[in-house]
Design a protein around this ligand. Structure first.
Ligand code: GN1
Ligand code: MG
Length: 362
């Protein structure tokens, strides 16, 4: 707490620090809530940026500054109220930057958004709002003047993720290969089809746009009535295919079980959530091209697949990337994502016809 208070004092915050407590369940950064004593001053969020993963912190914060500036500008233009709860506000450090390096770690602070909630699971009603919010988020960023950098190069590049898995398999660093052969085979069977986005991009048919790239349900803040306030966790905002945001929300939001469920019977793809989210998304994302729309059902499968590949590669490598709670955690996650993928695959035709229906209604 004493060291953390010292870090807080590097930023231009208001009020007196009362307590600093861990916050949230992210797998990458360490996050704390900083409560201030006074009722007139805001509380804050303090975050240690994982710079083993985000190696260019300067680029990362530049992206975030550009994105929050643009969203704030659009909110003002639209005459929105409650703007401070609808976009993140980063606190300037004493040296004028929105992050601070203590010699070992990078830190940043933002205002804590009051009376807001995050969820690990959503109802169809909430996911309709979430769909609209993500469509709207992408729309607001469609004409951002700055060119954003890739904070993690090739983050959602499926060809690259498969290469990482194949490298992990070749090295077999943790000696875990034998127990995962079935999953490797299942992944390889789908590999060509799943790299479709990269092919379409190379052929000049699919654009990259500014996307959030980590639209897990719990990266979104809801207000008291279940309406989305804002999207958080902006580290991965970067140029990508719109599939990233559409697909990753469904991967988490439409899973009837948990991302790391040990009970695979609980894991399946919830079509009610899919429908509500898709309807909202198509209403919010007004800029989509036919090729993007045509491939939304592909996107729904791509993200459980990609996450399965990433968790499995990490398991084979001996758990060097994701935080784990027990030794087989990454294997359990892999199995749960694979089960989800199978369930998505069973719904392909139903998804396609629902999307067609939405478009006809337009
Ligand atoms: C990580 O930080 P967090 O938990 O929101 C990961 C995502 C994965 C997710 C899986 C930078 O997100 O890409 O989808 O875990 N973020 C990074 O739960 O790798
Ligand atoms: Mg998060």
């Amino acid at each position: 707490m004493k060291n953390l208070s010292n870090i807080v004092s590097q930023f231009k915050t208001e009020g007196t620090v009362q307590e600093i407590t861990p916050l949230g369940a992210g797998l990458i950064n360490d996050t704390y809530k900083v409560t201030t004593t006074e009722t007139t001053t805001p509380d804050y969020v303090l975050q240690r940026i994982n710079h083993a993963i985000f190696q260019d912190v300067e680029m990362l914060q530049n992206n975030i500054d550009a994105v929050t500036r643009q969203i704030r500008k659009k909110l003002v233009e639209q005459g929105e109220n409650d703007i401070d709860r609808k976009v993140l506000h980063f606190i300037e450090g004493n040296d004028g930057k929105t992050y601070w390096f203590d010699g070992n770690n990078y830190w940043r602070m933002m205002t804590f958004i009051p009376r807001a909630k995050t969820y690990e699971a959503v109802t169809p009603e909430y996911s309709y709002y979430a769909g609209k919010a993500f469509g709207d988020f992408q729309s607001k960023l469609a004409d951002i003047p700055e060119t954003l950098g890739e904070t993690i190069p090739d983050f959602h590049n499926m060809e690259f993720r498969l290469k990482q898995l194949r490298d992990a398999v070749a090295a077999n660093a943790a000696g875990r290969l034998d127990e995962v052969k079935y999953y490797i085979d299942e992944i390889e069977k789908r590999a060509d089809e799943m790299c479709k986005a990269e092919r379409l991009f190379r052929e000049g048919k699919l654009p990259k746009r500014v996307c959030h790239c980590d639209t897990k349900v719990n990266n979104m803040m809801f207000d008291e009535e279940g309406k989305v306030l804002c999207v958080i966790d902006l580290d991965t905002v970067m140029p990508s295919y719109i599939f990233s945001d559409y697909g990753d929300f469904l991967r988490t939001g439409a899973n009837t079980g948990d991302e790391d469920d040990k009970d695979l019977d609980r894991v399946s793809f919830n079509m009610e959530i899919f429908k509500a989210f898709t309807k909202g998304y198509l209403e919010g994302a007004t800029f989509l091209t036919p090729i993007e729309i045509e491939n939304l059902s592909y996107a729904a499968a791509l993200f459980p697949y990609m996450q399965c590949v990433r968790f499995l590669a990490d398991y084979i490598n001996g758990d060097t990337y994701y935080k784990i709670k027990y030794p087989e955690h990454n294997l359990v996650r892999t199995k749960a994502q694979f089960k989800l993928l199978q369930s998505v695959e069973e719904h392909t035709e139903e998804m396609k016809s629902f999307i067609d229906t939405c478009l006809q209604g337009k």
